[in-house]
Structure formats: C-alpha cells, structure tokens
Design a binder for this molecule. Structure first.
Ligand code: GLV
Ligand code: MN
Ligand code: MN
Length: 415
C-alpha cells in the first residue's frame, strides 16, 4: 500500500521540538554550542531519549554512544530502515545542522503513531555521535567506526585541543552503550539535513534531492621554528612559524581557486605557541580542509597543498609535519533511493532539484554499508556553521514530509 499525498507531519510539533532542543547548550548569539561529549551533549541526548520513550520507541546505544530508537515493524525478519543525523554542534553552531535530521525523523515516527500506520520493516531513529569533528577530528567519527572505516581504538584515542581523550569523555558523560558498534544491519538509511549552501533558496526550490556528496581531505600541519623576542631579534634571524602558517593559508586559498569550479580550501583552526604578543611564534599547529566532488581534483589539491607547505617551510627554515586527520572520497548515493525521494517530493507537490552535498554527513559513511540517500531543505542565505543559521518552519516541514513518504515507500505500509 502507498501512503496518500494528504499524509503530512505535524509541523508545529516539529518546530517546538527544534526550539526546545536549542535551549540546551546555548551559544552566544542565538545558536548553539553543544559540542560532542560535553555536558550539554549529554543533556540533549537525555531530552531526545525521553521523547523517544514517549513515542513508544526502544532505545539501544552502542559503544561509540550512537543512539538507535526502534519502532517495530510487522515482519520481525525484515531489516530496519534508519533515519537520522546528529545532535552535536559546532562551537558556534546553528540550531538546525544535524538536529533537523534527528528530530525530523522523530516527527515522522510521531506522525505514524498518530495515524496508526504500521510498516513491514522496523524504523530506527538515530543520533550519530561526533558528526561535527570540531572537538575530536575527524568528522563523522562514530558513523565511520560503525561502517568499519575506523577502529574503535582509533576513535577512543582521538584527543581534543586540551588533550582530553574521546573514550574518556564518552565515559564521563555516561553514554557508552553496550551494543557492539557496527553490529546492526541496515536495510536503508535516509538522512534529512539543511543544505548549508545557497543553491536551493536562490533557485526557489523546497527540496534538494542529494545525488552525490563531495569528498574531502583534512590535514593537520605543524610548523616548528624558534621562540624569540619580537623586539630584539632582527628580521633575517627569525624562524617564524606564524609567518609560515600565513603563507600556507594564502596558498591553500590559491590552490582551491585554481581548481574552480567545484573546489574549496580553508585553514579553519590555528594554535599558535606560545601565543604571546611579544614572542615570535616558535610553533603553529593548523588545520587544512580541502573538498571537491571530483576525485582527481581532490587528490591533486592534496598534493599541491603538501608541496606548498614543505616549500614554504624550507624557505623559512622551519620544520614541517603533515598528518592526515580525515578523508573520504566523493560519494554517490543509492540510485533507487534517490528516485524514491524524487517521487515523494513530486507526489507532495514540492518543488525540487538535484544537489551535491558540500558538507560531510554520516550518510556518506553509512552509504558504504547500506543503500543510503539524503534529503535537503534550504537555509537562509546558505549560512551554516554560524549561530545565525536559519530555516523556515515551512522548509522544515517540507523536508520532513518528503522524509515521511520516502521512508514509508522503503519500509512498506501495511494494511
Ligand atoms: C561536517 O559538518 C563537515 O562537513 O565538516
Ligand atoms: Mn550536519
Ligand atoms: Mn555541521
């Protein structure tokens, strides 16, 4: 049986839940700082878990803290259909990045409960741990362990800028579950997310059907020079790691510009030692994030950034170490699920277009182990990873309606 086009989610309830979650881990400018494995992350998880209980779902948590809330299907042998995203945020994050995907999935289940709709396959609402990678690189760490890309030991040993370990922090906030990570089998996975870019709004479309995701490299570069007095050290006698960082930052920008269209490059995080105004920086650690949907460009850019960094360091007499801290290849989402999303948007009368995801998502890793797709809705001015990130209740509802209908198509309506 197919769900009728008049079946819609409860938009006001979804919006209320988004607003309530945003009260946890408030930022400084109306957004959120609910970074992974902080007390605020734990509080957000408890709120979500309570809502899942109230919706009659059964919660499982794995050893990476991934949360799985199950609504049974009528066929106990059928593998579950997963929906979800992440509740963690950037340090100056918006209210909707990730959160819409988790709470939209919960709203789908609440709607099925209201309408007494049964599905053949069970449905699972998921919150993946540490999608952002802001505190512990790489991004999508726990879905990466789930999909077998990283070992759990590697994940547990990742440290934040204060030297705290992922494994210790997960235990400290009380969210180490007992399920073996990756032991679940997935029939299909659907992730609803805000676009985080300007295309849908500019084109006046309500739904982005995500056909591909761009690939990325994250590098961490350590330049080593010599701390020395800024006043008394002549310019020609300096080993200035700060200057090296500045030159490499410029080169990263130029390299991405030289691979247009479809390439981006950013130095986003910098740690300067000793970080004193009258000491020439003796050491700088900084991150490089390069992305493209084109594998050839991605790999070319990585090589060019590395060569540029070594060349700048040699010119300035600095030591240079480059560590890979994250990588995934460009992603092609499941063609059948992409069609189901297109048809769902069509059936509901929402305007749509195909898009490529510019950001990384848990769906990019889960795509390795199960058929996966993403649905996107616009965000104002394309702004994300900013506390001012904004969406409209109507956009949120349209994306969640499409999620509802796509999930029902995949999970099979009974009756
Ligand atoms: C995750 O949010 C990323 O794309 O960096
Ligand atoms: Mn996200
Ligand atoms: Mn994000």
């Amino acid at each position: 049986m197919t769900a009728g086009a008049n079946l819609r989610i409860n938009s006001a309830r979804l919006w209320d839940s988004l607003e309530e979650m945003a009260q946890i881990g408030p930022g400084i400018a109306g957004g959120n700082n609910r970074q992974t494995l902080t007390d605020a992350d734990s509080e957000g998880r408890h709120l979500f878990a309570g809502w899942c209980r109230a919706a009659g779902l059964t919660m499982g948590v794995d050893t990476m803290g991934n949360m799985f809330a199950t609504r049974p299907g009528t066929d106990s042998a059928a593998l579950p259909v997963y929906m979800g995203s992440h509740l963690d945020t950037q340090p100056t994050g918006g209210r909707y990045d990730g959160v819409l995907g988790v709470l939209g999935a919960l709203e789908v289940v609440r709607t099925l409960n209201d309408m007494n709709v049964q599905t053949r396959h069970p449905i699972v609402v998921t919150n993946w741990t540490n999608e952002e990678g802001a505190r512990f690189a790489p991004a999508m760490l726990a879905s990466g362990v789930f999909a077998g890309l990283h070992s759990q030991d590697y994940a547990y040993s990742r440290t934040d800028m204060e030297g705290l370990r992922f494994g210790d922090e997960l235990a400290r906030i009380g969210w180490v579950g007992d399920e073996v990570v990756g032991s679940r089998k997935i029939h299909a996975m659907l992730e609803l997310h805000i676009e985080q870019g300007p295309i849908l709004e500019a084109e006046g479309r309500e739904i982005g059907v995500v056909t591909h995701g761009q690939g990325l490299w994250w590098l961490e570069i350590t330049l080593t020079g010599r701390d020395a007095h800024t006043g008394s050290t002549p310019m020609q006698m300096r080993l200035n790691a700060g200057l090296g960082m500045a030159r490499i930052t410029e080169r990263v920008h130029q390299i991405a510009m030289s691979h247009q269209p479809g390439a981006v490059g950013t130095v986003g995080q910098v740690k300067v030692f000793p970080n004193s105004r009258n000491v020439i920086p003796g050491k700088v650690i900084f991150t490089v994030d390069i992305r493209s949907p084109d594998q050839t460009k991605l790999d070319l850019m990585r090589g060019e950034v590395e060569r540029a960094a070594y060349a700048v360091a040699a010119e300035l007499g600095l030591g240079c170490e480059i560590e890979d801290v994250g990588h995934f290849d460009p992603v092609t989402f499941d063609a059948n699920l992409v069609n189901i999303v297109r048809q769902s948007a069509e059936k509901l009368g929402y305007s749509q277009m195909d898009v490529i995801s510019g950001a990384g998502h848990d769906a990019c890793w889960i795509n390795r182990v199960a058929p996966t797709v993403m649905i996107m809705c616009p965000c104002v001015g394309g702004l994300s990873h900013n506390e001012a990130e904004e969406i409209s209740p109507e956009w949120a509802a349209a994306g969640t309606d499409v999620l509802l209908h796509a999930v029902l198509e995949v999970a099979g309506v009974v009756g």
